[in-house]
Structure formats: C-alpha cells, structure tokens
Design a binder for this molecule. Structure first.
Ligand code: FEO
Length: 401
C-alpha cells in the first residue's frame, strides 16, 4: 500500500523509513531509525531521483508504481550510488525497461561494479552543468565529489527551485509522517542527529562540502531535498549556516565537552573535579562523557559542536585507554580542526597516555593543546586538586572571554 506525499504539484516524495536497523552502515547506532528518500517528478516525461535501500525496497517500489499511475518511467537519476540509495536500482530498471539511467561517468562505472548488468545502452552520462528537460522542468546536474563518495552529484530543478542534494543536508532519524523540517521541531528534536550524521558521514570532507555550498549559493532554492531526513522549504538558510560552520571546522558553540576514559573511576574523579570547577566559575552547558559508554559517533559529533575539549584518560598497556584512543583516531580521521584541548592522564607505574594523546591531537590542524595538563598517579590527591583547578581556570577564562 502506497505512502506518498506531494512536495510541489508534480514532485512526489516516495521515500520510506527503516526503524528496525540498529546500525547505519553497520557502524552508526540509529535508535531513531533512518529514512531513505526518493523523489518522482511527473512532467511530460517522468523522472525518478534516486531509489532506496533494500530494507524499504518493497514499500518504495509500491510508492513508485502508485506515483506513476500507470505511466512509463522515462529517467532514473542516480545522484549517489551508495547502496542505501541505489540497492533497488536494478529492480527499478527491470520493472521499467524503457527507463534511461542518468549519472556521471563515475556513477555509470559503479553501477557496473555493483550489478552484474550491462546498462550501456540505456545510460545517459552527464557532467558538470549538463541539463535535462522533461517538459516544464529543466534539471541541471552539479558534481559534488566526496560529499560523500567520489561519484556524488546533486540535481537542481529550476522550475520549482528544488535542490536534490544527495547525502548533503541529510540526517539520521526516521520520518513520522511529517516529511518537512518546518513540521517538526528540528532544532530541539533533530539537530543533534543531523550533526552526528554530518560529522560522521561527511565530516572528513569539509573542503568538498565548501565547494558544494559555493555552488548552492548561486542557486535560488525553495526546496532542499536530501536523501535522508526532513525536506526543507522554510528557514533553509539556518541549516545551510550549520553546514557552513561544520564544513569549516569552526566550533558551533563556545562550550566544553569533557571526554573521560577511566578504568576504576579515579580518572573520572579528576574529570568531575574539572567539571565542577568550571561550573563554579560560571561555565554553563558542560557535558561529561564516559568514552567507554558513549558511542564514538556521538563523541565525534560533540567534538564538532564544542570549542573546548578535555581529554582525560587512563594509561592502558603502555598506551591510551583503548576507547579514548579509538575516539581520538576517529576525530583525526574526520579532520577536526580549530579546537582548544586540555589533557589529563593517569597511570599507576607510568602515565604515558597524556604524551600519546598530545601527539595525536597536535598532528591535527590548528589545535591548541593547553600547556597545563595534569598527570595523575593512580588517584587524585588533595595536593593535585590545585592543578586541576588551574586547568579549569584556564579553560573557563577562555570559554567565558
Ligand atoms: Fe546515504 Fe552516502 O549514502
């Protein structure tokens, strides 16, 4: 049974949500599910923009059949070949044998890699700025390599001023009937997941996102249609500004997150002391995370949000406590930059985690590691409380400046 909504008079939303999947890409927890968006434009010719994941394939194909109302499908645009959007492409091509596949050269090659099928006779290969007219609508194809794969492109419809933005402007989270961002409280209920999606999925590719934002700035956009999450038709500039911040690795807020890797609670005690000192000095909105208990995708997301990071880790097997090391390597892999970082380590016979944490952070761009780190021997002694307070002093002065 179909589940379709109109975006404009002749543009339909055909997507569906998966609330059963535990891990997106088999790595990122999605307790609120995920939507796979697909769009059908019913012009003189019919044109489908991306397909959907296999998990929702049956519903998506029913939606497509309903949307077409018995008409043939003329074109399928593949903006992104990742299987969460393209797994059902071959099923669509089998069901609608006259449909032509529109993609760039990289996309067409990837289709041959994923599917054992020769589509050369029905491929329309496009490059930057090429257009396709379907009657009232004219679609322009703009390349967006590495947002999030090398073949990614976005498609702009000048008639209804719609940017089909592929993974850009997507978010984790299933859609619950309200497919538009202005129908939900996005800032309250979605922003954290949108940031976590951005930081973990495309955070590494800030330069390429900047290139896409520059292209988008030249377009008159009334509808922003991503492949995941709500569609934007109001206050688009607010969300674009978030992307501007995230893709330039600027902190979203002047705020502190304390990340703590503690084996028996002594390192956590030091982290708590710093948190309390910061609060006493007037710092608000402090977040303290146990890196063993919090999924690393959330930790990475918080590092993208906050200007100041405190890393407190036990020494483990002569190195950094494993979950903390995993977190820091993930941050480095995602190109995080421009943060102020305080380091606390702990060790019973040799506290080496601090030195190694510094080495990882200092290898990242424009990171300021505070000089007055604190090194503990097994537990916090009264004599070292002053060192932790001094560290909090430095942080608070910077945050509240
Ligand atoms: Fe939603 Fe990069 O796929």
């Amino acid at each position: 049974m179909h589940c379709v909504q109109n975006i404009t008079q002749d543009i339909l939303f055909l997507g569906a949500s998966d609330r059963r999947l535990a891990l997106f890409e088999n790595v990122f927890p999605i307790p609120r599910g995920i939507s796979y968006n697909s769009y059908l434009v019913k012009d003189e010719k019919t044109i489908l923009l991306d397909t959907a994941d296999n998990a929702v394939g049956e519903r998506f194909l029913e939606n497509l059949a309903y949307g077409l109302e018995g008409r043939p499908l003329d074109y399928v645009v593949v903006n992104h070949m990742e299987p969460d959007h393209a797994a059902t492409l071959m099923e669509v091509l089998k069901t609608y044998p006259q449909a032509q596949v529109v993609g760039n050269a990289k996309t067409i090659a990837m289709i041959g890699q994923f599917f054992d099928c020769d589509i050369s006779g029905r491929a329309v290969t496009v490059k930057e700025g090429d257009t396709l007219n379907t009657g009232r609508h004219t679609f322009t194809f703009l390349m967006a390599p590495m947002v999030h794969w090398p073949e990614v492109m976005v498609t702009y419809d000048a008639a209804d001023k719609v940017l089909f933005s592929a993974d850009a402007f997507g978010t984790f989270g299933a859609l619950s009937g309200n497919i538009f961002a202005d129908e939900v409280n996005f800032e309250q209920d979605w922003l954290d997941d949108a940031r976590r999606y951005y930081a973990n999925i495309v955070g590494k590719y800030g330069v390429q996102v900047q290139t896409l934002l520059k292209k988008a700035a030249g377009l008159d956009i009334a509808y922003l249609c991503p492949l995941h999450g709500p569609i934007w038709r109001e206050n688009i500039g607010w969300f674009v500004e978030k992307y501007q911040t995230w893709s330039t690795y600027a902190p979203e807020e002047k705020a502190v997150a304390i990340f703590c890797g503690s084996v028996y609670g002594h390192t956590e005690n030091a982290a708590d002391i710093v948190a309390n000192c910061l609060a006493e000095k007037g710092v608000k909105g402090i977040r303290l995370y146990d890196v063993s208990k919090t999924d690393v995708s959330e930790l990475v997301s918080e590092a993208f949000r906050c200007s100041h990071l405190v890393l407190a880790s036990a020494t483990y097997n002569g190195g950094i406590f494993t979950p903390m090391e995993n977190f820091l390597l993930d941050l480095k892999a995602h190109n995080l930059q421009n943060r102020t970082v305080a380091v606390i380590d702990n060790g019973t016979w040799a506290a080496t985690a601090g030195k190694q944490m510094r080495e990882i952070v200092e290898a990242m761009k424009n990171m300021t590691v505070l000089e007055n780190g604190v090194s503990l021997k097994s537990s916090v002694k009264e004599a070292q409380r002053a060192e932790l307070e001094a560290l909090a002093d430095t942080l608070a002065a910077d945050i509240l400046a």
